[in-house]
Ligand binder design. Structure first.
Ligand code: NDP
Length: 256
């Protein structure tokens, strides 16, 4: 029931593009307040403006507060003090969407770059864990809250050239599973969303800006849209409080 989102406050990482941006717009349509975070301030502001327009169009009384906060989740010094950067009236987060993540390179193990490895782990794993830690304390105090983590099909299987990215997403999956079990006696919910191929900036970043290599990935396949994943995230968040959608694995119809 979409009315369960009315007036909720959602924090989304990686809200400047792709799945995070589409998720922000959908929560905005549902009457939520949103804290949009990522590194690119201009792109974030554009998405916040889209949220304002979507909220206005929906004609809802609830929600409608959209703030952007620039943060690099891989930088520990930016995590410290992050709570204080959230406007006071939005500090009680109801839903945390840990979505920021990327893959760069398709290198075989022998060719891996140490910088790429560290960067992917710092963002996809340590950033997600650090933000979860920050908010889980608040959730426990208030006995409410929902953590929604973006895993991947790469967290369920492994493929050549994907060793580090697959390892980061397996780590996300393991962390999310442990967290859910730790919170089993509380009303706090934990969900992992595991998309297959979604057409976003993701592929372009993976191929270091080479558009034709990025496009090749989708050949012979109709990839998912960012909006398809946003719908799953918002669906999980809008279940009745006693329902925890633990895992959502979503594939394009022609991806196995
Ligand atoms: P995009 O590249 O479109 O979005 C990634 C987002 O993460 C951007 O908003 C980017 O913003 C942000 N981000 C990246 N690094 C950092 C950082 N260090 N600190 C803060 N924000 C960061 O890709 P998607 O929307 O496709 O990806 C979203 C999530 O979905 C990722 O976790 C990805 O692994 C996962 N996923 C994607 C799939 C796909 O096929 N697209 C498949 C399965 C999972 P900015 O650059 O402004 O910081």
């Amino acid at each position: 029931n979409a009315s369960r989102l009315l007036g909720k406050t959602v924090l989304i990482t990686g809200a400047s593009s792709g799945i995070g941006a589409a998720t922000a717009v959908l929560f905005a349509k549902g009457g939520s307040n949103i804290i949009l975070t990522a590194r690119r301030a201009d792109a974030l502001q554009k998405v916040a403006d889209e949220c304002t327009a979507a909220h206005k169009e929906a004609g809802l009384q609830h929600g409608g507060k959209f703030v952007t906060i620039q943060i690099d989740v891989s930088d520990r010094s930016q995590i410290n003090g992050f709570l204080e950067r959230i406007p006071v009236d939005l500090r009680e987060i109801d839903i945390l969407v840990n979505n920021a993540g990327y893959v760069v390179g398709v290198d075989k193990v022998g060719d891996l770059s140490l910088d790429n490895m560290e960067g992917m782990f710092a963002t996809n794993v340590f950033g997600l864990i650090a933000l979860t830690q920050l908010f889980i304390k608040e959730f426990k105090k208030r006995e409410a809250g929902h953590v929604i983590n973006l895993g991947s099909i790469a967290g369920r299987e492994a493929y050549p050239g994907g060793s580090i990215y697959c390892a980061t997403k397996h780590a996300v999956s393991a962390f999310t599973g442990s967290l859910m079990k730790e919170l089993v006696d509380t009303p706090i919910r934990v969900t992992e969303i595991q998309p297959g191929m979604v057409e976003t900036e993701f592929s372009l970043i993976r191929f270091k800006g080479d558009q034709s290599a990025a496009d090749k990935v989708y050949e012979g396949l109709q990839p998912l849209l960012a909006e398809d994943i946003a719908e799953e995230i918002v669906w999980a968040a809008s279940r009745p409080p006693h329902v925890n959608l633990a895992e959502v694995f979503v594939l394009p119809v022609n991806q196995a």
